[in-house]
Design a protein around this ligand. Structure first.
Ligand SMILES: C[S@@+](CC[C@H](N)C(=O)[O-])C[C@H]1O[C@@H](n2cnc3c(N)ncnc32)[C@H](O)[C@@H]1O
Length: 205
């Protein structure tokens, strides 16, 4: 698993990830994280937990498991959890191959992850499998622009950005959710239109 490209990239950037993200975190992301997690309860899985930036915003009482493909990012999440005095089970795992039983989690939280995974539809299918029938997936993701010109520009620049920094800037995450056989309950723009909050459930029946 340590050989996957995403693991190598995030192991490499782990030490500077929080520093790089500080301006966006202060301007927008911390508010969005707080809002996203306000109603979360029960057994919760956070996918691509990274350095643990969401950890301060979980309501007390959740039974939290956090997974990430990068051991170095997880080390930082572990440190953050200790500093915050939060109990969380943190494990190195690939979202595309989860060891959890079907229908395990009440909530699954995903922030800025499906831009980086190698096969997002496969990962989303796994999330659908481990989500309880009445469970909810809460996502915050940047996606390909719906504007024709901007969308094309993102397609052109994607290989360069991917090569330079790792993530893809042109992922069609809402469409990928549907391709994975899940139901998109709502999509909300959060600030710039390429930043979306997406609420997802299993398809009933
Ligand atoms: C842009 S960072 C976001 C981190 C965190 N969710 C946040 O909001 O700051 C993407 C994270 O997804 C993780 N990731 C990428 N591919 C993954 C995979 N296949 N399975 C699990 N985690 C993955 C990376 O290691 C990285 O920590």
């Amino acid at each position: 698993m340590g050989e996957k490209r995403e693991a190598r990239i995030y192991d490499r950037v782990a030490w500077r990830y929080d520093l790089l993200e500080t301006p966006m975190e202060k301007m927008l992301f911390s508010r969005l994280r707080r809002e996203l997690l306000a109603g979360v309860h029960g057994r919760v899985l956070e996918v691509g937990v990274g350095t643990g930036k969401n950890l301060p915003y979980y309501p007390p009482g959740v039974e939290l498991t956090g997974i990430d493909i990068s051991p170095r990012m997880l080390e930082r999440a572990r440190r953050r959890a200790e500093n915050l005095g939060i109990e969380v089970d943190l494990e190195v795992m690939d979202v595309e191959d989860l060891p959890f039983e079907d229908r395990t989690f009440d909530f699954i939280v995903v922030t800025f992850v499906f831009c980086s995974t190698s096969d997002p539809v496969k990962g989303l299918r796994e999330l659908g499998r481990v989500l309880k029938d009445d469970g909810t997936i809460l996502m915050l993701e940047h996606v390909r622009s719906e504007n024709r010109v901007l969308g094309k520009l993102m397609d052109w620049f994607n290989p360069l950005i991917r090569w330079m920094f790792g993530p893809n800037i042109n992922r069609r995450t809402v469409e990928n959710v549907e391709k994975a056989g899940l139901e998109v309950v709502s999509v909300e723009n959060k600030g710039p239109k390429i930043l979306k909050k997406v609420v997802v459930r299993r398809v009933a029946g």
